[in-house]
Design a protein. Structure first.
Length: 182
């Protein structure tokens, strides 16, 4: 990688349903841990390892981290994020945490439907050009946003719900609930 950072975490994964969301979720837990301990981190969606990796798993994404050269935290007013009305319907305070989550080129390519204490999570279907440019990033980004919801939840379960509402232009990915099994 030609990006300058003191450290990199390289993520690899099997190619199966939910693997990229899981990568985003786990990686964001590390990102938040770094931030809580005075380290800066940055997702590198377009980066590729410059050397052959010694891993049985294919490369997915990297997370650069280290001591920041600039202030680690920003004021909320400088965040450029979509309003809740563009990324969700229904009311659940945990969606605000997802709204503030990082995403590839700040697209916030997700949608949430909150109903009866559950949050149904969707990935917006990208247009063909965006799909070509961003590839698996939409799935990773959704995992990052779901991690932020988990951090705001007293208890957390993420499962497929056969009764989840459909959302035009979106792919249903799963439902956050406080009880297991649904």
């Amino acid at each position: 990688m030609s990006i300058k950072a003191p450290h990199f975490l390289i993520f690899g994964s099997e190619e199966k349903d939910g693997s990229y969301e899981n990568t985003g979720f786990i990686g964001q837990q590390l990102d938040l841990y770094f931030s809580a301990n005075g380290l800066g981190a940055c997702w590198l969606g377009a980066a590729k390892p410059s050397e052959k990796m010694e891993s049985a798993l294919p490369y997915v994404i990297a997370l650069a981290f280290g001591k920041p050269a600039e202030p680690l935290h920003r004021e909320l007013s400088v965040f450029k994020r979509k309003p809740l009305s563009e990324i969700s319907e229904g009311t659940d305070s945990r969606i605000e945490a997802a709204r503030l989550a990082p995403s590839g080129v700040n697209m916030q390519n997700w949608y949430f439907i909150a109903v009866s204490g559950k949050i149904h999570c969707y990935r917006k279907k990208p247009n063909p050009l965006a799909a070509l440019m961003l590839g698996k990033m939409g799935c990773i980004d959704l995992g990052i946003a779901i991690c932020h919801i988990a951090e705001e939840s007293e208890s957390f379960n993420f499962n497929k719900n056969p009764n989840a509402p459909q959302r035009k232009g979106c792919v249903y990915m799963g439902t956050v609930s406080s009880e297991g099994g649904e």
